[in-house]
Design a protein around this ligand. Structure first.
Ligand code: SAM
Length: 291
């Protein structure tokens, strides 16, 4: 495969070291100022992704910067944000468990800073689309600016819309993705936008939200309702000192998935087989030997 050459208006991932990294757009004739010198974009244009560049003035600065093509996980961590964003590991789980991919049509609420929007937008290319809604003007503005920065404007719309009260014109979308405070209140309404077999995804930071959402999904006859939590550990790899990093993010959120089904009554097994009686004591299930 041919080398990918950096063009004007490309988004690049500029790295000085482990702590100093930036996501910037290559603007012809302009420069990027850092405390370790100036990066002139015209020097980057025409080089392949994966090159290095030295900061100017060379005599007094001359630091080495690496120029990489940004990955979806880089968009998320380094994009401008004000709301709590989805972390790349959670976004990865969302992608594989929702089936969102090339060609998918997806409704998202709320877009927040647009972190998840950008990841989803990146994966539905070349012929899919993300219809993203929010009720806060500040979120809409920030998300739109992040979507433009990520060059995803052709695959994403960012619009005002309240998923709890507005009636959208959507039908037969592949997935609905919710990251908002009261997702359970949206379940009945979003069901009509989803195609049969389509996926509902709900990201919530607390178990109380998960329970309410799960019960709402059950009441609305969703199927395959499952909730997961991911805990990511990064490793420091050094001679005789390889171990998990001492500091880590201990909690991001819980992700609930469900499928819309076209249910019908089973005419062949009218009577349900008798199930074992479930005994409770003050709400706590008894162990088998205590029954
Ligand atoms: C935690 S943020 C979403 C973050 C986003 N997933 C990201 O990765 O950047 C939650 C957003 O939901 C929006 N929101 C709350 N209620 C909503 C509703 N009824 N309809 C649409 N958006 C809503 C809020 O305004 C807020 O911007």
């Amino acid at each position: 495969m041919a080398e990918e050459i950096i063009k004007k208006n490309d988004l690049i991932y500029l790295i000085l070291d482990n702590r100093r990294k930036w996501l910037v757009t290559v603007e012809e004739g302009r420069e990027f100022q850092t405390h370790k010198g100036i990066i002139k974009f015209d020097e980057i244009i025409g080089k392949p992704f994966g090159s290095v560049i030295f900061s100017q003035p060379y005599e007094t600065q001359g630091y080495k910067f690496y120029v990489l093509k940004p990955l979806p996980s880089d968009y998320v961590i380094y994009m401008s944000r004000k709301t709590q964003i989805i972390y790349p590991e959670d976004a990865g789980l969302i992608l594989v468990y929702s089936g969102i991919g090339p060609g998918s049509k997806v409704i998202e609420a709320g877009c927040g800073s647009g972190a998840l929007t950008c990841i989803l937008g990146n994966y539905v290319r070349p012929n899919g689309y993300i219809f993203s809604y929010d009720i806060r003007e500040k979120s809409l503005k920030r998300a739109l600016s992040n979507v433009i920065k990520a060059n995803l404007k052709d695959f994403v719309s960012i619009q005002y819309g309240d998923i709890l009260i507005d009636d959208f014109e959507h039908a037969n979308v592949d997935s609905v993705v919710l990251d908002m405070p009261q997702p359970w209140k949206a379940i009945e309404r979003i069901k009509k936008y989803l195609k049969f077999s389509g996926t509902l995804v709900s990201f919530s930071p607390t178990i109380e939200q998960v329970k309410k959402t799960t019960f709402a999904l059950q009441e609305n006859e969703f199927y395959e309702i499952n909730t997961y939590e991911l805990i990511k550990r990064k490793f420091q790899v050094k001679e005789n000192a390889t171990h998990p990093e001492v500091r880590m993010i201990g909690h991001t959120g819980y992700i609930t998935f469900a499928r819309k089904i076209k249910d019908v009554r089973n005419p062949y097994r009218e009577k349900k087989p008798k199930q074992d009686e479930f005994v409770e004591l003050n709400g706590m299930p008894l162990r088998g030997d205590e029954k």
